[in-house]
Write a protein that binds this ligand. Structure first.
Ligand code: EPU
Length: 343
């Protein structure tokens, strides 16, 4: 290992502890930068210049099927800075290396509202815009004012405003150009007052069970925390990357055709004329919840979550994911798309 400026660089670096699916893959080169200014310095190294580069945050949304050719760059920069403040809202710059959940808790303690539904999502702040992370009726894009990134092609820092990020359901411009943009900081516009989002299935019931009649943002955060802990396996206990499949989005005509064959299929309106199917329901209906192939499995708690019971390789996990996709496609004619980045 060599350490120069404020970054470390390792050849054949182990990724085992850097991905929450706990796959024991290796990176041809592994760099960790503790400062955004080190990103161009790392990339300018002669041995790294022409290699593909994958930026890695908390590793909670990636499946390494094989060892990684080229450079894996982990950004470990820190800092939460209020750039502008008013009685209504604040513009807050957060370093990509900050932990998402800790940032959410900071925002609630500082008196801001809005991020309460996004508590306990694993991963880093830098990964939030890439995936446009979302839960319980709220998405990161609702609060992202801008993203600062290093543009590897233009060799300069670039700023994306919210529209330029091209956010979609678990999607953004960054997800499509993983080799080009390295997110270094994210700016959030955090309101001090915002209507609480309680409509997602389960949230109101959980608040009722807690005996809360007039919930505060902190109450909603507690309710969501309880729901997540009950439903989703904890990556600290069992290797997983949250939802492994996206909920398929279909047109009204497609939904009607699916419901001709399967009237009980659940769907939620999405946008003006589209519908989101429940990937978990489709997998569950195929009897795949809780299945195991060696150490690779589908969680017994939630059918959307691929789990590593211990020692599964990336290839084994991907083989099981492929079996799930093929089974669902055969039975329902719907091809599930993975949510994490599959390398
Ligand atoms: N369901 C089943 N079997 C299961 C689990 C769920 O049939 O094992 C059905 C039920 O009908 C349930 C419905 O699926 O009502 C929806 O389940 P859930 O509320 O858990 O939501 P989801 O659509 O499965 C999405 C996100 C999660 C997020 C939750 C809550 C995606 C791919 N996943 O899951 O995000 O926490 O909503 O908002 O959009 C993640 O992205 O990693 C993630 C965990």
């Amino acid at each position: 290992m060599s350490v120069a400026d404020d970054f470390s660089l390792t050849r054949a670096g182990s990724l085992a502890r850097l991905n929450t699916l706990r796959v024991a893959a290796r990176a041809e080169w592994l760099a960790e930068a503790r400062d955004a200014a080190d990103v161009p310095r790392v990339l300018a190294r002669p041995e790294l210049r022409d290699l593909p580069c994958l930026a890695l945050g908390g590793g909670s949304n990636v499946l390494f099927v094989h060892d990684v050719t080229g450079l894996v760059l982990r950004l470990a920069n820190r800092g939460i800075t209020i750039l502008e403040d008013s009685p209504e809202a604040a513009l807050v710059r957060v370093a990509a290396g900050e932990n998402w959940d800790q940032f959410v808790r900071w925002s609630l303690e500082a008196g801001f509202q809005g991020l309460e539904n996004l508590i306990l999502i694993p991963g880093s702040v830098g990964a939030a815009p890439i995936q446009n992370i979302g839960a319980y009726g709220v998405e990161a894009r609702d609060f992202i004012a801008g993203v600062e990134a290093w543009d590897r092609e233009a060799e300069t820092c670039v700023r994306f405003d919210n529209a330029a990020c091209e956010f979609g359901y678990r999607d953004s411009i960054f997800k499509h150009r993983p080799n080009r943009y390295i997110v270094t900081d994210v700016d959030f516009l955090l309101p001090r007052r915002r209507a609480l989002r309680l409509d997602y299935v389960g949230v109101r019931q959980e608040l009722e069970a807690m005996g809360v009649r007039q919930p505060s943002a902190a109450d909603v955060a507690r309710a969501v925390e309880t729901l997540r802990r009950r439903k989703l396996p904890n990556p600290a206990q069992i290797g997983n990357a949250g939802s492994f499949f996206k909920n398929p989005v279909v047109s009204q005509t497609e939904l009607a055709a699916l419901r001709d064959r399967c009237p009980e299929m659940p769907a939620h309106a999405y946008g003006d004329d589209q519908f989101k199917l429940s990937a978990a329901w489709l997998i569950d209906a195929c009897g795949l919840k809780g299945v195991r192939e060696g150490a690779a499995g589908i969680s017994e708690r939630h059918a959307l979550v691929l789990v590593n019971h211990g020692g599964a390789t990336g290839e084994e996990l991907w083989a099981l994911a492929t079996r799930v996709r093929e089974t669902v496609a055969e039975r329902f004619g719907v091809m599930l798309e993975p949510e994490p980045v599959v390398i």
